[in-house]
Design a protein around this ligand. Structure first.
Ligand code: PA5
Length: 428
């Protein structure tokens, strides 16, 4: 068990599925990959800005983002417009920490797809309520957020006129290129810059995530601080003491043994969007050239009543990484009932967190017995610092495991193919 910044990583049960000594035998290769990353070399080297980002964010930048967030308190609703890497991290952090802080606007997300019903719900939620928009797009040309933003901007202009609308909009985009940058400069929006050397799925600790999270009243300094502390821990040369490297090495070796799908399982439903963020991070980084672990996710115990059957007993290609939270809400206790007709008195006086933890322990043992190598990441409580640490650990891990696979973890050439077909049909 390796404990770093409140996150405990245990790979010992998974190790049983590997040839003896395999993890330690990979140590030199992992160290070589890490050295290459630290030196700014190798495939995708132009997108390594995330590597030292948490420790490099200066106080002036944090203060500017905080000030933007503080100004947003006037609004009842804050609509974040973006997709993929310009969306998932923000929502993941927000939901894992229980939503906006008291006294801060309701946060809605738009531009996350092309579903008219979803966008309609957002438009209904802002009806008659004062709202601000934070539009996030590095390229400035992504169809989904661009369409949503056009509609929201039109609504703001209808209410406040062109100048007034501009005062309700924050744009997070490239420093000089793209349609959104041009529009923002022309209209005079408040803007924040997405660094050139940070790709979408690695951008949650840039203004992409920090500006809307500040608007939600979350402690962005603690989030960045947790990531910075984890960055230090993940820079060490000893594989067994470096959580990102240990996690990357273990899952990579399991993949080589035929465990080609990694299921991230949680018993804490507020982590569902962290799972979605993780799926994008790992899926887009590794899935190329006919290679890569397929990232999937389950939320237990809900999914034990559906996908649990497959995990326990289906095709033996699954490895499972548990992401579990020991304490969520302390005060929920099973009451005693004299009649005990439901037979639950054996649980009376016990907290739901305690019962949930036993469900986790039992499930993990059952899956191990069923032939699923299980890794676990356990935290005591979710805090901004812990979440920041987790985000960074996963970023570093995917960079290492992508390079171990021999792919460029920082590009996503495959995502262009559907766009070509879609745009041809739309007559672009
Ligand atoms: O990881 C990625 O690069 C993608 O998910 C992008 O973030 C996503 O497509 C949104 O792109 P953009 O920020 O350019 O609108």
């Amino acid at each position: 068990m390796l404990e770093t910044q409140g996150i405990r990583l245990d790979v010992s049960a998974a190790e049983e599925f590997l040839p003896a000594g395999a993890i330690d035998a990979l140590s030199d290769k992992v160290a070589a990959v890490a050295t290459e990353l630290a030196a700014g070399d190798g495939p995708g080297a132009e997108f390594l800005g995330w590597l030292n980002l948490p420790g490099n964010i200066c106080e002036a930048e944090l203060a500017a983002m905080q000030a933007s967030g503080d100004r947003a308190r006037d609004a009842e609703v804050y609509v974040v417009v973006g997709i993929g890497g310009s969306y998932l991290g923000t929502r993941a952090v927000l939901e894992s920490l229980g939503g906006p802080a008291a006294g801060h606007p309701e946060i809605l997300f738009a531009g996350t797809g092309l579903c008219s019903a979803t966008l309609d719900r957002v438009l209904n939620r802002i009806e008659g309520r004062d709202f601000r928009v934070c539009v996030i797009s590095k390229s400035g040309t992504t169809l989904e957020p661009a369409v949503a933003f056009r509609l929201l901007r039109a609504e703001l202009e209808k209410r406040h006129g062109s100048q007034g609308a501009a005062e309700h909009i924050t744009a997070v985009t490239d420093k000089s290129r793209g349609a959104l940058r041009q529009l923002a400069d022309r209209q005079g929006y408040e803007t924040f810059v997405i660094p050139d050397d940070v790709g979408g799925r690695f951008s949650v600790l840039t203004p992409v995530g920090l500006v809307p999270l500040a608007a939600a009243g979350l402690d962005i300094r603690a989030l960045v601080g947790g990531a910075a502390a984890m960055a230090e821990a993940c820079a060490g040369p000893d594989l067994r003491r470096n959580p990102a490297h240990l996690y990357a090495a273990t899952r990579h070796l399991l993949y080589e043994q035929g465990f080609t799908t990694e299921v991230m399982s949680t018993f804490h439903a507020d982590l569902q969007l962290i799972q979605e963020w993780w799926k994008q991070l790992f899926g887009e980084s590794e899935g190329k050239g006919g290679q890569g672990i397929f990232p999937a996710s389950t939320v237990f115990t809900t999914d034990l009543h559906s996908l649990g059957q497959y995990i326990q007993d289906g095709r033996r290609v699954l490895q499972e990484t548990f992401l579990c939270v020991r304490h969520a809400v302390d005060g929920i206790v099973v009451p005693r009932d004299e009649a005990d007709l439901d037979g639950l008195n054996y649980l009376s006086g016990r907290t739901l967190d305690e019962i949930n933890w036993k469900a986790y322990e039992g499930t993990r043992q059952a899956h191990l017995d069923g032939g699923v190598p299980c890794l676990s990441l356990e935290v005591g409580r979710l805090t901004p610092a812990v979440i920041g640490g987790l985000l960074y650990m996963f970023e570093k891990a995917v960079a290492v495991s992508g390079r171990l696979l021999g792919v460029n973890p920082f590009d996503q050439p495959g995502v262009e193919t559907y766009k070509k077909e879609m745009f041809r049909r739309l007559g672009k």
